[in-house]
Design a protein around this ligand. Sequence first.
Ligand code: PLP
Ligand code: COI
Length: 340
Amino acid sequence: MEKKNIDWSSIGFGYIKTDKRYVSNYKNGAWDEGTLTDDANVVLSECAGVLQYAQTVFEGLKAYTTEDGRIVCFRPDLNASRMADSAKRLEMPAFPEDRFVKAVEETVRANAAYVPPYGSGATLYIRPYMFGSNPVIGVKPADEYQFRMFCTPVGPYFKGGAKPITIKVSDFDRAAPHGTGHIKAGLNYAMSLHAIVTAHQEGYDENMYLDAATRTKVEETGGANFIFVTKDGTVVTPKSNSILPSITRRSLMVVAEKYLGLKVEHREVYFDEVKDFAECGLCGTAAVISPVGKIVDHGKEICFPSGMEKMGPVIQKLYDTLTGIQMGRIEAPEGWIKEI
Ligand code: PLP
Ligand code: COI
């Protein structure tokens, strides 16, 4: 199959329209059979639930070309179940998980010409989402929903790729205790926009959010979980009920323990501890593993010994092993790789 004429190695994390997307509608208590369509536009009532009260949830996963030329996805079943959890929290009907995985297969297959070649540095980002579509004016859940899934080729989330980034400890909170921080709802991202624009204006790449109740514990960034490495090589990652349960982070915990023989701690991490870590990174589908060189808290700098030029040695090993598994260079644990 002929690939599209795209300069794969120069694309950033942006939207490029592809040929097909998947759509299914929920009405009278049931999802229709779903279909692929050429139509990239969504036409809605001016009063649609999503437009008035932000009733929308989404997911993000990637398809890769392996070293031997196959197209694969990474753990789409976990995105399916997390989207069902997100939907339930916003009083939306879950899209059946087996159908979610089938829709991933159909959408990627239909856009195979857009899956970046092996070694290009780009991947195909898949964005499933659903929203309340019928008119809603009193504050209540919609009765009708649309589930859609499109994909777009992407490059690195942070400009500069593997260069360490600088993070600001945000004065804003991302998620309330007992709120929606643990689900992938659009509303969590809407409220992070002012914080990220502020951080960028001040010259930072990202925000570190602290726990809203005490502002003493590390939560996550607007779009990724944190991983830290102690001076004796233990991988530490924050545990909280108000952060997104990152599939990349859960996978890295397995990679660290089972592939690299490292000790892993998934626990509350106090901001006071951060200055003692040797390495820091962000992990997520979009971020993959992005090294963090510096964290700044109201002018007080924490500079990790790994520096501002390259990834620290443990983060680099995690990166190499995870991407090796995703691109078929390293054997994956059972069920992690879904061939398209
Ligand atoms: N945290 C937030 C707030 C995110 O938006 C994401 C991205 O999906 C992640 C963490 C990383 O999750 P995952 O590894 O499942 O992509
Ligand atoms: C992802 O990593 O899939 C995300 O959703 C993070 C961000 C781009 C929203």
